[in-house]
Write a protein that binds this ligand. Structure first.
Ligand code: PEP
Ligand code: MG
Length: 758
């Protein structure tokens, strides 16, 4: 326990052990200052000052009263309570001695423009930053405005989300504190970011520096193309440089600063000026040396934001680089950056923090709120509404082609699968950080310890001869994804739409409600067909397994329990044994095609040639037959399809699409959802590759379209090159991989001398 309270401490008076007094952000600024790293100078208004303010202003009792009977789930009341407390904190006059001390410190700093930030503290809570909030005010100038900004940061502890969060966890609202770092603003002439390791190649011998004129925001946000310099650590030689022509620079708009808004303006630069090298060679080396010092201080590669003002370098932020290179498996998060609670397989990349919601049964999905981390044994199509509200997903079981993995990639949220015990090890309400790229789940919100590897920018207008399709299932995403550089949908999974309808098709048939079902299904399909028209949308007819069917309303009546649903009553065999459900889909497709003729069909999980022929006949009988604009495809996902490909093609189809998830499962004999075998489940296994090559080259020889829609090219981009080499006609990937895959295809085609598509 501290005995003497302090209102203000200077950066060099605190270090990493002072989180209780100055919060995480404050402690880090102190740590860097003490290590002699040139941080823009500043002081921190301590958590003690905040507590003393609460006591002197007699606010505690009032806050307690407002929050005592609050139901945080009642959003109107929550909003009113938050507004009342925030107004009370901002509105009351700051006690004189606190204000005086702050202003003395401000004067000592030279009273120019400052950045005022929040740094929540709570000595006994692992998730302080989450329990508090993160208000920041840039370019604050003048005594009155500074004191207001400090008070506004204090008030931000009672933003709605923060109250809700603490109430849910039973934390005492009045024990969470907040410190406020006040730091001189750097009005940088040149600024940028640097990595003490090459983030693209993972080469630790190199320092990569990016530099642009003006404020760093434009570089961090990727709006400006910066100069790039690579320095070799050993020799400090500049081994690579590219100088960009900068058309404008970002500068602070000082006139607007009084209202506390971070207002920047763009100032045009003449080409002669914008095209200069932004840092001289001497400055580049000086900065590289400084970067080396910081890396040595922290003992790990760093991602650093820097600025240069009046001939001096300043370090604005330094964070460890944890994900060195997305595509290099072996580089992924070698060193955990926090306390790992569970570990599983990487399923969808990204880092996110939030409170856990353990859901043991699909009937409980209503408990998942916006911003939660959904933790389940396994997900099924019934979980989808909750998955859309969640910011991250963690499962006990499943490999990287399981439902959770596929859906989370489509939704673009981080996901870790196959942890074995997440539903036991993680508790509802506990805050965790999910790192989808390493498969780790950490205690608390430690997102600030991660750095986003700068995303490579891809051209959005590349054309290729090989078509690039996208895998989709969620109707709400159709419009957005259709705007991107894709040639159509190579796999429209029916299951999302059908799960939304929510009823077992046999129940619908039994009760004579076919029309209602067909209308709903047609509505869902229309969203895709309309969004992508005239580009093709390949609808994969329903491939629910019996366990998934039985979750639908009425499912228990019509489905029998199976030990191994993966190889059970699924796919084409259902269409030919009980054609009524299949006929509902055919009817819906026909209706949609009356307006949108770009909707095609693909039959999944076909075991025998006869089965395919029968399914085709049902379609023909119902008036859905191949034509100039209606193509019928079959998925290749059972090894018999590979061996007997010619006979399957002889049935008369327009194309195939390789379902590499099921095909790999069946060639290697590995249940794709069994996390024990996550490592061995690898489409690059020579047996699988042999099958892919054989199928693609034979289709090419027969002039039949060959596509792929399993996760393989989304997960192993290098594999795509091989597919192009063998003559695949289209590749279908998850939305997160569109641009990258297009570039891989374009490069492969260029190498092979294929002309780009017109
Ligand atoms: C596959 O098996 O590769 C495929 C695309 O289908 P699903 O993952 O839906 O089984
Ligand atoms: Mg499949």
């Amino acid at each position: 326990m501290r005995t003497r309270t302090k209102t203000v401490v200077w950066f060099d008076e605190v270090g990493k052990n002072d989180v209780g007094l100055v919060g995480g952000k404050g402690a880090n600024l102190g740590e860097m200052t003490r290590a002699g790293i040139p941080v823009p100078p500043g002081f921190i208004v301590t958590a003690d000052a905040y507590f003393s303010f609460l006591a002197q202003a007699n606010l505690a009792a009032n806050i307690k009263k407002i929050l005592a009977s609050l139901d945080p789930h009642d959003s109107d009341k929550l909003q009113r309570a938050s507004a009342a407390i925030m107004t009370a904190i901002s509105g009351v006059k700051m006690p004189e001695e606190i204000g005086k001390e702050i202003l003395v410190a401000y004067k000592r700093m030279g009273d120019g423009p400052v950045a005022v930030r929040s740094s929540a503290t709570a000595e006994d809570l692992p998730d302080a930053s989450f329990a508090g909030q993160q208000s920041t005010y840039l370019n604050v100038e003048g005594e009155t405005r500074l004191l207001e900004a400090v008070q506004d940061c204090w008030a931000s502890l009672f933003q709605q989300r923060a109250i809700f969060y603490r109430a849910e966890r039973g934390y005492d609202h009045l024990k969470v504190g907040i410190a406020v770092p006040v730091q001189r603003m750097v009005q940088s002439e040149v600024s940028g970011v640097l990595f003490t390791v090459d983030p693209m190649t993972g080469d630790r011998e190199k320092i990569l520096i990016e530099a642009a004129y003006g404020l760093g925001e434009s570089v961090v946000s990727g709006e400006t193309t910066p100069d790039m310099y690579v320095v070799e650590k050993r020799t400090m030689g500049i081994v690579e440089r590219s100088v960009a022509i900068q058309p404008w620079k970002l500068v602070r708009n000082l006139r607007l600063s009084k209202n506390g808004k971070d207002a920047n303006i763009k100032v045009d630069m003449p080409e002669a000026e914008g095209g200069k090298q932004k840092l001289t060679d001497d400055c580049i080396v000086e900065l590289a040396r400084l970067a080396g010092r910081i890396e040595r201080h922290y003992g790990s590669p760093q991602d650093i934001e820097w600025a240069r003002e009046d001939g001096r370098f300043y370090i604005v932020q330094s964070r460890p680089v944890t994900t060195l290179k997305e595509e290099a498996e072996e580089e992924r998060g070698e060193e955990p950056v926090g306390n790992v609670l569970v570990k599983g397989s990487q399923a969808s990349p990204g880092v996110v923090a939030g409170p856990v919601k353990v859901i043991l049964d699909a009937s409980e999905i209503g408990k998942v709120l916006e911003g939660d981390i959904l933790v389940a044994e396994m997900t099924t199509p019934d979980f989808v509404p909750a998955m859309k509200r969640a910011v991250g997903i963690v499962t006990d079981r499943g490999g990287r082609t399981c439902h959770a993995a596929i859906v989370s990639r489509e939704l673009g949220i981080p996901c870790v699968v196959g942890t074995g015990n997440a539903t036991h090890a993680l508790k509802t309400g506990q805050v965790v950080t999910v790192d989808g790229a390493t498969g780790r789940v950490y205690e608390g919100d430690i997102t600030d310890r991660f750095t986003a590897v700068k995303e490579k920018t891809y051209r959005g207008d590349l054309k290729t001869t090989t078509r690039l399709y996208v895998n989709l299932a969620e109707p709400d995403l159709a419009d957005v994804v259709a705007k991107r550089n894709v040639d159509g949908v190579g796999l429209l999974r029916a299951e999302f739409i059908i799960a939304r309808i929510g009823e077992h098709p046999s129940l619908v048939v039994k009760e004579g409600r076919q029309e209602e079902y067909i209308t709903k299904l047609a509505e869902g399909l229309t969203k895709f067909a309309a969004a992508f028209h005239p580009r093709p949308v390949v609808y994969r007819t329903n491939d629910f397994k019996t366990n998934e069917y039985s979750n639908l309303k009425g499912g228990q009546e019509f489905e029998q329990f199976e030990e191994n649903p993966m190889i059970g009553y699924r796919g084409c065999s259902r269409y030919v044994r009980e054609s009524e459900a299949f006929r509902l889909e055919i009817e819906a497709i026909k209706r949609v095609r009356e307006r949108y003729n770009n909707l095609w069909v693909m039959i999944p999980f076909v075991r025998t040639v006869e089965e395919l022929a029968k399914a085709k006949k049902i379609m023909d009988d119902d008036g859905l037959s191949r034509s100039k604009d209606f193509k019928l495809w079959m998925m290749v996902e059972v090894p018999s399809n590979v061996f007997l490909l010619d006979r399957f093609l002889d049935v008369g189809i327009d194309g195939i699409s390789i379902g590499s998830n099921d095909l790999t499962q069946l060639i290697l004999g590995i249940d794709r959802d069994n996390s024990k075998f996550a490592e061995e489940f690898d489409e690059r296994n020579p047996a699988v590759m042999m099958a892919l090559e054989s199928v693609i080259t034979r289709c090419k020889a027969r002039g039949v379209s060959a596509s792929i829609c399993g996760q393989a090219p989304s997960f192993y981009p290098d594999l795509t090159e091989k597919l192009v080499e063998w003559g695949i006609t289209s590749v279908s990937v998850s939305p997160d991989m569109i641009e990258r895959t297009r570039e891989i295809i374009a490069n492969a085609e260029e190498r092979l001398g294929k002309a780009p598509q017109q």
